[in-house]
Design a protein around this ligand. Structure first.
Ligand code: AMP
Length: 266
């Protein structure tokens, strides 16, 4: 298993005051991936598996909001309280709040361990802000992976999803049940259903995806970075479909960097 600072992801989950418990390993070409796809398509699970294979850190904006939501009310800014209310209804959090949160965590984007963004960007405005920040920092993306699944399958996945309160491992009551009902196989933590996985929120989230996030597919396909992957089958099958697609891009990016370095030495 590749090592990285995904151990506690403190710099991402807590912001500038947090310190990751492990330093990232040096990498010639860090993996910098964006995962797109409707809620429930399995982006979080793929991000975890990709992290285990590639070492890059799994950075989810949803996890940042959930971490903030688990802190006492008095520690939250008014913008964060509004964001958590939007999240409970299944609506997108306003771009300005999301961008503020990502901007103050930009050290995670610059981290030499690389990153796997899950749930960000979700709107064109967020994608443009990210592209501008990365350009100004001289960072390039390896690939953007968009996972595709029919709407009925997405609804079934979301409604049956259960998450561990402690380690955030994800289960499904039918497709991937834990050995003991309601208990995490990995750490023994209690499994819960996310508030936004309830039927009334699922509908709102899928509409928000179609309206605001699907246009990103065109945005990234114009840049030549996009890889569209069918998200049917087991998580391992989906990973097996993903790796060759992004590996080709990574190798060509690595070759490009070596070539540029050789040119610069002439
Ligand atoms: P997720 O865990 O990625 O499904 O995110 C859970 C919820 O957090 C979403 O339904 C939104 O309410 C909010 N959220 C997370 N990331 C973003 C984002 N990039 N833009 C707007 N809202 C977001």
């Amino acid at each position: 298993m590749a090592s990285s600072n995904n151990g506690n992801r403190a710099a991402w989950l807590q912001g500038p005051s947090g310190h990751c418990e492990l330093a990232p390993t040096d990498k010639v070409t860090p993996w910098r991936l964006i995962l797109l796809g409707a809620p429930g398509v399995g982006k979080g699970t793929q991000a975890d598996l990709l992290h285990q294979r590639l070492g890059a850190c799994h950075l989810s904006t949803g996890d940042v909001f959930r971490a903030a939501g688990s802190r006492p009310d008095c520690e939250q800014s008014p913008a964060m309280r509004d964001a958590l209310a939007s999240m409970r209804r299944g609506e997108l959090v306003p771009d300005s709040t999301v961008w503020e949160l990502v901007r103050e965590r930009r050290a995670c984007l610059q981290c030499r361990g690389g990153f796997i963004l899950d749930g960000f960007p979700r709107t064109l405005s967020q994608a443009v802000s990210l592209a501008q920040l990365m350009k100004s920092e001289g960072l390039s993306l390896t690939a953007v992976v968009s996972y595709e699944l029919p709407a009925e399958a997405i609804v079934a996945r979301l409604a049956g999803r259960r998450t561990c309160q402690k380690c955030k491992a994800v289960y499904h009551i039918v497709e991937r049940p834990p050995q003991l009902e309601g208990q995490c196989d990995r750490c023994g933590g209690k499994l819960f259903q996310r508030e936004d996985d309830r039927p009334e929120s699922i509908e709102v989230r899928l509409e928000a995806y179609e309206r605001s996030t699907r246009p990103l597919i065109d945005f990234y396909s114009n840049s030549g970075l996009l890889r569209q992957i069918e998200a049917t089958g087991s998580p391992e099958q989906i990973l097996d479909r993903t790796l060759p697609e992004i590996d080709a891009r990574h190798l060509s990016q690595g070759a490009q960097q070596l070539w540029t370095a050789a040119e610069n030495r002439r």
